[in-house]
Design a protein around this ligand. Structure first.
Ligand SMILES: CC(C)(COP(=O)(O)OP(=O)(O)OC[C@H]1O[C@@H](n2cnc3c(N)ncnc32)[C@H](O)[C@@H]1OP(=O)(O)O)[C@@H](O)C(=O)NCCC(=O)NCCS
Length: 163
């Protein structure tokens, strides 16, 4: 297997847009999580890209959010691994590296909207939809969270807003 390197990204490149298009399609624009990201200040988002032989093969984005007015949380996504590189734990590696990056930025809680069967492998679990409320339609079975700092979730209750 060729060596894969993971590095922070600072801007959305054409290669990134192409990877989103290939793996997520146009349906991504309709999602509440997508709109939250779009409503935030573009300079506050952060993330990681994975490269193999100079080609972009994976990415994870993180957007700072407030929950009930409390900053210190982030929304993860999209997480994408190119079709050729799937099944090698690159997705899980990107999540773990992303959580470390979020921790460096003093984030205490990470939220995402995704498939619980997958994200439970990265310690994301269902959050109480009465306590954490997305600002638009979301399949509540897919609303998941992970504490970056132990017991932090109890301090994050209310509506999710972009920063
Ligand atoms: C979801 C995705 C990121 C997974 O990437 P990946 O690098 O292939 O995943 P990993 O190798 O880290 O998977 C690790 C484990 O999760 C499992 N897994 C992978 N995708 C899964 C899914 N959708 N549901 C449940 N389990 C899944 C793998 O089989 C593997 O299982 P194991 O622990 O028994 O070996 C990738 O399939 C992808 O980009 N999909 C399209 C975009 C997408 O749906 N992104 C998520 C929403 S934003």
């Amino acid at each position: 297997m060729s060596k894969i390197t993971i590095e922070p990204f600072s801007q959305i490149t054409r290669a990134l847009v192409d990877l989103f298009e290939e793996t997520l399609g146009p349906g991504r624009f309709a999602r509440t999580a997508y709109r939250l990201r779009e409503n935030g200040s573009s300079d506050k988002g952060f993330g990681l890209n994975a490269f193999c032989e100079g080609q972009l093969v994976g990415t994870i984005s993180m957007t700072p959010i407030a929950i009930g007015g409390n900053c210190g949380a982030c929304l993860i996504g999209p997480l994408v691994v190119s079709k050729e590189q799937r099944g090698q734990r690159l997705g899980l590696s990107l999540i773990e590296e992303g959580i470390l990056l979020a921790k460096e930025k003093k984030m205490k809680v990470a939220l995402l909207v995704g498939d619980a069967a997958y994200y439970e492998k990265a310690q994301f679990y269902h959050v109480d939809p009465h306590k954490i409320v997305m600002p638009g339609p979301v399949n509540l079975q897919r609303l998941l969270g992970r504490e970056i700092v132990k017991d932090a979730l109890q301090d994050f209750q209310g509506v999710v807003t972009a920063l």
